[in-house]
Design a protein around this ligand. Structure first.
Ligand code: S3P
Length: 184
């Protein structure tokens, strides 16, 4: 790995933790290409995520998402914002962990509920009991998020503060040689 071939910087975390905004800011500051996985899926499919879920179902979306994770994992130097569920699939998790530094954003559950309450773009929350469902989904996913190597709590911080923490973690990890491709 050299400066022409730097590890990817992958930002993940639950819905509403600010992955896309933070990743965009990090990419801007580092002058690296930014890939928002959900946005790229929408662009390639020519339809929104809610429409993909409605017309083709969640399993179809998960397949497309998993293929994209593999495709991005063989590239380098990218700043990637995953979808909230991308790393729940072990194969995607392994591939992206090998390709770079995975940083998981976090926020207090009440902050997430506040941020997501008027959302229309997240099909998983299109249900009357969305708040209860969100708590359950977060509880189910928490062990996986927790297992990731780096975490940033975004509660009460703005995008620039979180981006600065992410960049510090990334360079620390790269200088330690911690992306798992170096360990595998
Ligand atoms: C999902 C999160 C969404 C999007 C899709 C499914 C999830 O991304 O990929 O609606 O399973 O948590 P965001 O986390 O960017 O909202």
């Amino acid at each position: 790995m050299n400066s022409l071939n730097p590890p990817n910087l992958i930002i993940t975390g639950f819905m509403g933790t600010g992955k896309s905004a933070v990743a965009r800011e990090v990419a801007r500051q580092l002058g690296r290409p930014f890939v928002d996985m959900d946005a790229l899926i929408e662009e390639r499919e020519g339809r929104t995520i809610p429409r993909i879920f409605r017309e083709s179902g969640e399993p179809y979306f998960r397949r497309v998402e998993a293929e994209l994770a593999q495709e991005l994992a063989i590239r380098s130097g990218l700043v990637i914002a995953t979808g909230g569920g991308t790393l729940m699939l072990e194969a995607s998790r392994r591939a992206l962990l090998r390709s770079g530094v995975v940083i998981c954003l976090w926020a207090d559950i009440n902050v997430l509920i506040e941020r997501l309450q008027d959302d229309t773009q997240r099909p998983l929350l299109h249900r009357p009991d969305w708040e209860r469902y969100l708590r359950e989904l977060l509880a189910v996913r928490k062990p996986v998020y927790r297992s990731l190597p780096y975490h940033v709590d975004t509660t009460g911080k703005d995008v620039r503060q979180v981006a600065a923490e992410v960049i510090t973690i990334y360079y620390g990890a790269v200088s330690d040689g911690t992306p798992s491709s170096f360990q595998a």
